[in-house]
Write a protein that binds this ligand. Structure first.
Ligand code: SF4
Length: 224
């Protein structure tokens, strides 16, 4: 792991619990967690990628179970698909302010809504619930900041206010949460991320933060 490059997952993990960050990113304790939810999520992301790139999806659906087939029907009727897809599974690496830190990640898709002149970062969510607090949601602020700064590599030209992030819950009854962006937020997000990364690199104690998150933490059995 390059110590100057950070993902949104690193920042979110740190924000949730420094000890969890330590297990995952310092000690690199990782193991596969295959679950039905992960399998469905991966399949739908693949289907969407093929679909948005104008490729056939028949072979992906051939052995897909009924749940995936049902959710794929929902996906195809999503309102956002009426817009032009500018990028899919877009990987970025962008510098954080003038620091030595870089932000790395991949967004599910970027669309352009011509009628509203909005560039939309889409994030397909196949889990149960959408995040509750959007102001401090690292995925959201990390992607808005990074995509705005990736304009040159995307061959685009837009202002902060022209960009938005959409959490799109793919379920029988889809749910969409939209988060806007502005120059003021760009300054705030930049400082928030700098503060978090400075805390990460300067810490010597990876203090436990026991709470609700422990219930779903894969490190619970080794956390003391
Ligand atoms: S079990 Fe709780 S305190 Fe321990 S690493 Fe996980 S989230 Fe942190």
């Amino acid at each position: 792991m390059n110590e100057n490059i950070f993902s949104q997952h690193q920042l979110s993990t740190w924000n949730d619990c420094a000890r969890r960050y330590y297990f995952q990113y310092v000690k690199n304790i990782n193991w596969a967690e295959p679950s039905e939810h992960n399998i469905i999520g991966n399949n739908l992301h693949n289907l969407m990628y093929y679909h948005l790139n104008g490729q056939k999806t028949d072979h992906l659906l051939k052995d897909a179970g009924p749940k995936i087939t049902e959710l794929w029907q929902v996906c195809q009727n999503l309102e956002i698909l009426k817009n032009k897809a500018l990028a899919t599974e877009y990987k970025f690496l962008t510098r954080l302010a003038n620091s030595n830190y870089w932000l790395q990640g991949r967004v599910d898709a970027i669309f352009y809504d011509k009628a509203r002149n909005k560039y939309i970062i889409a994030d397909w969510k196949t889990g149960k619930n959408l995040p509750k607090n959007f102001d401090n949601n690292f995925q959201c602020l990390f992607y808005l900041y990074s995509i705005h700064k990736s304009q040159r590599s995307l061959h685009l030209n837009f202002f902060e206010k022209d960009l938005e992030f959409q959490f799109i819950k793919v379920a029988e009854e889809p749910e969409i949460k939209t988060v806007g962006y502005s120059k003021k937020q760009a300054v705030k997000y930049e400082q928030t991320m700098l503060n978090v990364i400075n805390s990460i690199v300067n810490t010597e104690d990876f203090v436990r933060n026991p709470g609700q998150k422990c219930k779903s933490c894969k490190f619970e059995i080794i956390c003391e």
